[in-house]
Structure formats: structure tokens, C-alpha cells
Write a protein that binds this ligand. Structure first.
Ligand SMILES: Nc1ncnc2c1ncn2[C@@H]1O[C@H](COP(=O)(O)OP(=O)(O)O)[C@@H](O)[C@H]1O
Ligand SMILES: [Mg+2]
Length: 345
């Protein structure tokens, strides 16, 4: 007998049991727009993996290919050990999907939707009802169960989407921008649900445009822009790759700022940015020791400082450093504008 590296593939066992998703060179074109451009992803089993990128970066398109909803134009991917092109049924059986394309019947009540889905998954009427009740309680939707979904607020609707997708506890769930457009309170409720899913053993692939969301929830982050991974790592690694830290200075007087910026450039030997806040200056710091000398020098030059802070860079600054431009969560649906949240419940 000799060992064959491909033996596990032949017997149908996953080749990399430690990876929930492995994508290599994934490509999707829409006409001459390459929405996903040789995307590589290695998502470990367990925990939250975040795909972070601005609107139009290719997040939904990538997820749709991984979930077998969209044919791939190039590259290959396995999900829970199953090839998405060759074994789409096996992939669909083991993953759940929710987000920008979730399909609930708007005219049915929340309870009717979950019951129907439970029956489709093969639950008896009684077990389907028990599971639905359990999910309504877990997601704080008991009072809304009897209401038509079209009358749900954005936050309630988002929670019902997730509940609907986990009627059968999935090993892997795709959450496509589950908090986009939600107010902070609804956003926190969704975060709690994500944490509960992970505690229950589900691997979560979460796309987001919110840097702090990825930072809060994810063990690893892939930053994508124009369909490509431009950085990958833990939140700490991504921050560290940008420099040892960022100096934030607020001047006492806006009139002093241009001169202070110039002096800091000379003393720190790094670029100094004049922020949109007219008092504020920031600089990425390679050598924190220089800061100790630079700040008193500002004071001595008659340019007094109101406050300063030396901190780890934020993920916003990471994105700026990686792409040369800030993230642009400036589309209407990217803002927390879910104003009827309070009145709808
Ligand atoms: N069905 C489609 N037909 C044509 N172009 C599409 C389609 N879906 C997405 N795109 C384009 O592909 C790019 C990536 O879109 P998408 O995956 O939705 O990004 P994200 O989810 O990161 O906002 C965008 O330029 C978008 O306009
Ligand atoms: Mg999207």
C-alpha cells in the first residue's frame, strides 16, 4: 500500500477539513465589468470571517458564487469541502444564506413564514411551530410573530431574515451586510445574533461596509476593493501593517494649524494630514519616540495644542493606507436611517 494525496478527494471527504471556504482565483464578469477579479479566500472553520469593502466592491457577487446562486467565470472554490461548481447540491444543503437577497413572503406573517419554511425542511407541524417559537423568542420577535412581514421595520425584518435562514442550524452561514442601514440598537441586536450563531458552532461569513463591525465581530478580515483582496489578516494585523500608530492632534486655534502641520512634518518626517475638522491634524507614526520631542516643540513655537492622542490606527485609516482613498459609505442605504424602527414595534 502507498498513500495517495488525492485519496481523501476520491472518497468524498473534504481535502481541508480546517477550512470552511477555500476560493482560488474566483472571477465573475458582467459584460466588461469584472465584478470579482481573481479573488482568493481561505475561511477557517468556526468564528466570524469578514469580507470588508465599500459599495460595489464585489461582496455580494462573491457570496452568490460561493452559495452556488451564480455560475463562476473563473477559478475554483470549495465550501465545507464541496466544490461549488461540481457539487452545488451538497453546498446548498450545508449552508444558509441571508442578506440582500433573502426571500420571505411579504404578505404572510412572520410566524407563517417560519412555519412554512420549517415544513419545507421536513419538520412536523408541531416541531416546526416549536422551532419557530424558539427563534421568535431568541430574536426578540414574539410580539411581531402574528404581523405581516411587509409591516415589519428594517431591524425586525433583518432579524427575521436571519431566523428564517437558521431554522435548521447550518454549519456555515453567509450574512450579506446584515446591518447596513440599521440604527445602532438594531445593529447591536444583529451582532448578538451573530455571536450566538458562532457560540452554537456555526461558521459565519459576514460582509460589511462598516470597519468597526468587522473589528468587533471577526477573527479575520479580508479587505476587498474592485473584486480583489487587497489585505487579509486579523484586525490587529491589519492595523499593524499600516504603521505603529497614529497621532491625533487638536489645535487650540484653527489659525495655527497650517504652521503646526508644517512643523510636525519636519519633526516627524512623515506626512501630516489636515482633517475636515478644522482643528485636527493626524499623522501616521513610524517612530513613537519622535512624538515626545515634537509636541513640546509646537508649544515652544507658539502653536498650543488642545488635546493629542497616540493610538492604534482605526480600520478606516487602514483602508485609506491600503487603497489611497477613504471608504465611501455615502450611498443612501449605507447610512443608519431606519427611522420607523421605534414606531413599528
Ligand atoms: N447582476 C448584475 N449585472 C451586472 N452587473 C452587476 C450585477 N451584480 C453586480 N454587478 C456589478 O458588479 C460589481 C460588484 O457588485 P456587488 O457584488 O453587488 O458589490 P457589493 O456587494 O460589494 O456592493 C458592481 O460594479 C455592480 O454594479
Ligand atoms: Mg452587496
Amino acid at each position: 500500500m502507498y498513500s495517495d494525496a488525492r485519496a481523501s478527494t476520491r472518497t468524498g471527504a473534504p481535502a481541508h477539513t480546517d477550512l470552511a471556504i477555500e476560493a482560488e482565483g474566483l472571477v465573475k464578469r458582467f459584460g466588461d465589468n469584472t465584478a470579482v477579479d481573481h479573488l482568493d479566500l481561505r475561511v477557517p472553520m468556526g468564528g466570524v470571517y469578514s469580507v470588508l469593502g465599500p459599495n460595489g466592491a464585489g461582496k455580494t457577487t462573491a457570496i452568490r458564487m460561493l452559495a452556488t446562486l451564480l455560475p463562476i467565470d473563473g477559478g475554483r472554490a470549495t465550501v465545507l469541502g464541496h466544490d461549488v461548481a461540481a457539487e452545488p447540491d451538497a453546498v446548498r444543503e450545508s449552508v444558509a444564506l441571508t442578506g440582500q437577497f433573502a426571500s420571505l413572503d411579504e404578505d404572510l406573517t412572520g410566524a407563517e413564514n417560519l412555519l412554512l419554511l420549517g415544513r419545507l425542511y421536513g419538520y412536523s407541524r408541531r416541531s416546526a411551530r416549536a422551532r419557530a417559537d424558539q427563534l421568535f423568542a431568541a430574536f426578540g420577535l414574539e410580539d411581531a410573530a402574528g404581523r405581516q412581514v411587509k409591516n415589519y421595520s428594517g431591524g425586525m425584518r433583518r432579524r427575521l431574515d436571519i431566523a428564517a435562514s437558521i431554522i435548521v442550524t447550518p454549519r456555515l452561514i453567509f450574512l450579506d451586510e446584515p446591518t447596513t442601514g440599521l440604527d445602532p440598537r438594531s445593529r447591536n441586536q444583529v451582532w448578538d445574533i451573530v455571536r450566538a450563531l458562532v457560540a452554537g458552532g456555526t461558521t459565519v461569513l459576514l460582509t460589511t461596509q462598516y470597519l468597526d463591525e468587522a473589528d468587533q465581530l471577526a477573527g479575520r478580515i479580508a479587505v476587498i476593493d474592485h473584486g480583489k483582496v487587497i489585505a487579509e489578516g486579523t484586525p490587529g494585523e491589519l492595523k499593524a501593517s499600516v504603521g505603529s500608530g497614529t497621532l491625533h492632534v487638536r489645535m487650540l486655534d484653527t489659525a495655527h494649524r497650517p504652521q503646526a502641520a508644517q512643523l510636525l512634518r519636519e519633526l516627524l518626517a512623515v506626512p501630516v494630514v489636515e482633517e475636515s475638522d478644522p482643528f485636527a491634524l493626524t499623522a501616521r507614526i513610524d517612530d513613537p519616540a519622535r512624538v515626545g520631542a515634537a509636541l513640546p516643540a509646537l508649544h515652544d513655537a507658539g502653536l498650543p495644542i488642545a488635546t493629542y492622542a497616540l493610538g492604534q490606527p482605526t480600520l478606516d485609516e487602514v483602508f485609506l493606507a491600503l487603497t489611497g482613498k477613504p471608504t465611501e459609505p455615502d450611498t443612501p442605504d449605507a447610512r443608519p436611517t431606519d427611522q420607523h424602527e421605534e414606531t413599528a414595534r
